[in-house]
Design a protein around this ligand. Structure first.
Ligand code: PHE
Length: 480
């Protein structure tokens, strides 16, 4: 006989925990650098549209599956469609979750290291131009990065062992408001920097011509998936701890507002400072770890602001990573009858081991660091990819969109849209029900078209030339 299923303390707890899952490295690390690379305002606008027409409906799909079935990501499909193979969708989700968790923890470990470096002011003593080299030397030292990766994974395990209410809910209720407050504080601080307005202009002054480029659309679409955390059963799992009397529509709206809000706040914290210091917004993944330290070094109160920033980044990462751990832990508890403690430790160890090659991917092999894998790359469509590049791109660009497509197909063809709508409307007053019509419309038409587009791109069926113009790849008869 299994123990009674735990539930969230209420809708607020559910929203905070799910916002914690959604708000993560994707918002504070990835969103600003993608916006920086893709022309700022153009990317922001398209991203917002993608979240609305695409992320929100998918989020509701996962919530309703989980809440109705009251089971983990695999078991939910078994309950709702017995004697079919739909449960394989859940298995894909669990595997995707494990892979994301493994590399996520490595990058989150970097943020822990930068908290330490801000406290000891290690980068504050360097020349601003040396920040990139300094970051490179740190990531090349894999003993150190693996140590931080282990510390981060240990933190996640410690929280998830506590369970849904006393672990995940307890910490989300403390950490999420703290995260908002910290980011708001930085946004207020940088507002007074000279020339900050150019950062706002970069983020919000719309240049429609740039916005319409297809590569911007594809990047925004992929980011919407990753940032909301849809397509891998994470929200099925969190939804399964929800009670029937809670309103799924308003919960999803709040999670979306929190997720988008934090991404924008991160942009508002970073770009005014970047422009004020005359630095480049398009520096890519190094934006947070190379460009920002240079700013903190040069800014009055920079050590303090830097500390707040990296602590906020680590908080965002922890509340996301615990949701990835919980997806697999819930599966092991519900389907394999394992105890929570044992399941959590097992997941932590597995994700840690799987993350080791990612940590090695940033280190060139040298006599001092003989296991470095930076140069062990594979060629894919003309690009040289490290182990980290492969797992990161494979999960974000292929596994999540494929998972999302399968979840939508399950609602349409496996479970039935009518059933889904009936369950979605439970716990809502009639005023909310007109949204069901929109949800069904988006699911039947808009979402499938957008998903097919992303997948065709991810599988390399078409690409973009240097000016952002579309080209068909040779498989489809186009000249590359
Ligand atoms: N949404 C998280 C982020 O933006 C990452 C994540 C992906 C969490 C998938 C759960 C599931 O960082």
């Amino acid at each position: 006989m299994q123990a009674k299923r735990e539930h969230w303390g209420g809708q607020l707890a559910f929203v905070l925990a799910t916002a914690g899952s959604a708000v993560g490295l994707g918002n504070i690390w990835k969103f600003p650098y993608l916006a920086g690379q893709h022309g700022g305002s153009a990317f922001v606008l398209i991203y917002l549209l993608c979240v609305l027409v695409f992320g929100l409906p998918l989020m509701l799909c996962e919530f309703v599956i989980g809440r109705t079935a009251q089971k983990d990501a695999v078991g939910s499909f078994v309950v709702l469609a017995p004697n079919t193979r739909w449960w394989l969708v859940g298995v894909l989700g669990i595997l995707t979750g494990l892979i994301i968790l493994s590399y996520y923890s490595v990058v989150a470990g970097w943020s822990l290291h930068y908290i330490w470096e801000t406290i000891t002011w290690a980068y504050g003593r360097l020349d601003a131009s040396a920040m990139g080299t300094h970051f490179g030397a740190f990531t090349a030292d894999y003993r150190l990065t693996i140590l931080w990766h282990a510390v981060f994974m240990g933190l996640c395990v410690a929280i998830v062992v506590g369970g849904v209410k006393e672990g995940i809910e307890f910490w989300s209720k403390i950490l999420m408001p703290l995260l908002f407050a910290m980011l708001l504080f930085i946004v207020g601080w940088v507002f007074f920097l000279p020339g900050a307005w150019r950062g706002y202009e970069f983020l919000f002054a719309l240049d429609l011509w740039k916005a319409l480029k297809p590569d911007v659309v594809i990047a925004a679409l992929g980011q919407a998936f990753f940032s909301l955390g849809v397509g891998m059963g994470c929200l099925i799992t969190y939804g399964s701890y929800m009670k029937k009397e809670d309103n799924l529509f308003s919960s999803a709206l709040w999670v979306m507002i929190a997720d988008t809000g934090v991404a924008l706040l991160a942009g508002l914290a970073i770009f005014p400072a970047v422009f004020s210091f005359g630095l480049k917004p398009a520096s890519g993944p190094g934006l947070v770890f190379c460009t920002l330290p240079a700013i903190f070094k040069g800014m009055s109160g920079g050590r303090f602001i830097g500390l707040i920033f990296f602590v906020a980044l680590a908080i965002a990462a922890v509340t996301s990573a615990i949701s990835l751990v919980e997806v697999i832990v819930a599966y092991l508890i519900d389907e394999k009858g394992m105890e929570r403690m044992k399941a959590t430790i097992l997941v932590g160890v597995a994700a840690f081991l799987l993350g080791v090659p990612t940590a090695l991917s940033f280190a060139p092999s040298t006599p001092e660091h003989p296991f470095g894998l930076k140069d062990a790359t594979i060629d894919l469509l003309g690009a040289k990819l490290t182990f980290f590049d492969v797992v990161e791109k494979f999960t974000s660009n292929i596994c999540l969109p494929v998972g999302g497509a399968l979840i939508v197909s399950f609602i349409l063809f496996g479970w039935g849209l009518d059933q889904a709508v009936r369950n979605l409307e439970e716990g809502t007053s009639s005023g909310w029900r007109r949204f069901s019509w929109w949800w069904a419309f988006l699911l039947r038409i808009v979402v499938p078209v957008l998903l097919l587009l992303t997948m065709a791109y991810s599988f390399g069926l078409f690409g973009f030339d240097a000016h952002g113009g579309m080209v068909l790849l040779p498989v489809l008869g186009g000249g590359a």
